[in-house]
Design a protein around this ligand. Sequence first.
Ligand SMILES: C[S@@+](CC[C@H](N)C(=O)[O-])C[C@H]1O[C@@H](n2cnc3c(N)ncnc32)[C@H](O)[C@@H]1O
Length: 205
Amino acid sequence: MNLNAVLPTLEKIAAFYDALKYGHEGVEGYRKSTDLAKFLPCACRLWDSGVLDPEKTVFLDLGCADGRVNLLMSYFVRLSVGVEIDPEILGEYGPRRRDLLEELHREKLVKSAGNVHLFSGDSLHPGTYERIHRSLGIRFRDVDLFYTYITLHDLFAQKIVSEAKPGARYLVYGFHKVLPRYEGLDVVDPDVGGGGIAALYQVRR
Ligand SMILES: C[S@@+](CC[C@H](N)C(=O)[O-])C[C@H]1O[C@@H](n2cnc3c(N)ncnc32)[C@H](O)[C@@H]1O
């Protein structure tokens, strides 16, 4: 991929989703969306450092909501997979993607490669990965890069340490000041993209 050629598309996707951003906590629950304008420099940094390969990389957002991070990442990876526990939130993916594609088409920007695969389910439940395997032929240990926007980050870290392949990476977005540490995971980059918002970890080899 020529990053410079696709950058206007990625910026458009970020602006599209950032106009529909969630950020609430309270009696109606907790929901926050990754700020894609802040996330994009993280993805570019991972691209520049060779962590992402469109021929190989399998990406998994462990709580993908409307799939916005998956859509952006689909330009950088082979498979962009997401799992979302709330079917109503996951249902937002299709209509939003359709509106986005219309805008990309109108502005003659680059369409996503159709490599986004989102699943309804609990990303801590083994049955979810059985369904993903039946559909895509990949298992948890085939994932190269895991992602969470802070949600269940410590539980996901435990699952990654015990079940992911050695060297698999874990990108955690949305911490405030104090960098989380996880047993069995090394900090590779404490400030991916330089925004003070995301850290990259790696399963010890
Ligand atoms: C903070 S939001 C982040 C959404 C999206 N990744 C983003 O960055 O915009 C976390 C999402 O994880 C979902 N979630 C929480 N627990 C989950 C689980 N065990 N399995 C799958 N999804 C989960 C929530 O419903 C919510 O949509």
